[in-house]
Ligand binder design. Structure first.
Ligand SMILES: [Zn+2]
Length: 216
């Protein structure tokens, strides 16, 4: 058997699609319509795994499942194939933010590394949101300043309409017209990183944010 091949956000995508199928099965849809819903959901899942082996694709198959129990078992079985986020020590965390001597670290023993696309936490003392993710094979730490007010809006990372703050980070790029200032970028991000990680279905927006923040 192969190694874990499902990333947290892919697992969330599968969960989302399975939920959609389960809900559609409860409605009295014409069989051909229900079939189309199931096929579309299945292809969205397959599309998220362009490099999967035949064996892995077989594990992802849910078109033949009939009952809610079978879907729940399927989701449970896939949990075993989820690749956990690298377990990080407090020392490693600190080394990602070398200039921040007083950084308050998250309670690492409370973090479920098996369900993370990124590690995020709010440091109220320094009024920062810290984000750690894997980017191009490396662990990257980004420090953001969140807006003081929380509001309901769409989180850029997970696409949920929820409590967000506007998080701004300073990039390494200089502003073209004003070389003394570094460029800042901002985006709405969930206040609660744990729920964000439970809903994120793609790394795309997160990686775009990190990519822009690292630009020189
Ligand atoms: Zn979010």
């Amino acid at each position: 058997m192969s190694d874990p091949f499902i990333q947290n956000e892919q697992y969330n995508l599968i969960k989302e699609q399975v939920m959609l199928v389960k809900e559609s099965r409860m409605q009295s849809l014409p069989p051909s319509v229900l079939r189309a819903v199931i096929d579309l959901a299945q292809s969205k899942v397959m599309y998220a795994f362009p490099e999967a082996t035949t064996e892995q694709l077989k594990l992802l198959q849910f078109t033949t499942l009939q009952t809610n129990e079978a879907f729940d078992e399927y989701m449970q079985r896939l949990r075993e194939w989820v690749q956990p986020f690298p377990v990080i020590s407090a020392e490693q965390l600190k080394s990602l933010f070398p200039k921040q001597k007083k950084l308050r670290l998250p309670e690492l023993s409370d973090v479920d590394f098996g369900r993370l696309t990124y590690l995020g936490w709010n440091d109220g003392r320094s009024n920062q949101k810290l984000i750690i993710c894997q980017y191009e094979g490396q662990l990257i730490g980004i420090a953001c300043k969140p807006s003081t007010n929380t509001k309901k809006n769409i989180c850029a990372f997970c696409n949920q309409f929820t409590d967000v703050t506007y998080c701004v980070t300073i990039t390494k790029a200089k502003q073209a017209k004003n070389p003394d200032y570094y460029k800042a970028i901002g985006t709405y991000v969930c206040v609660d990183s744990k729920t964000c990680n439970e809903h994120i279905t793609s790394q795309e927006a997160l990686h775009t944010f990190v990519h822009t923040a690292l630009q020189t």
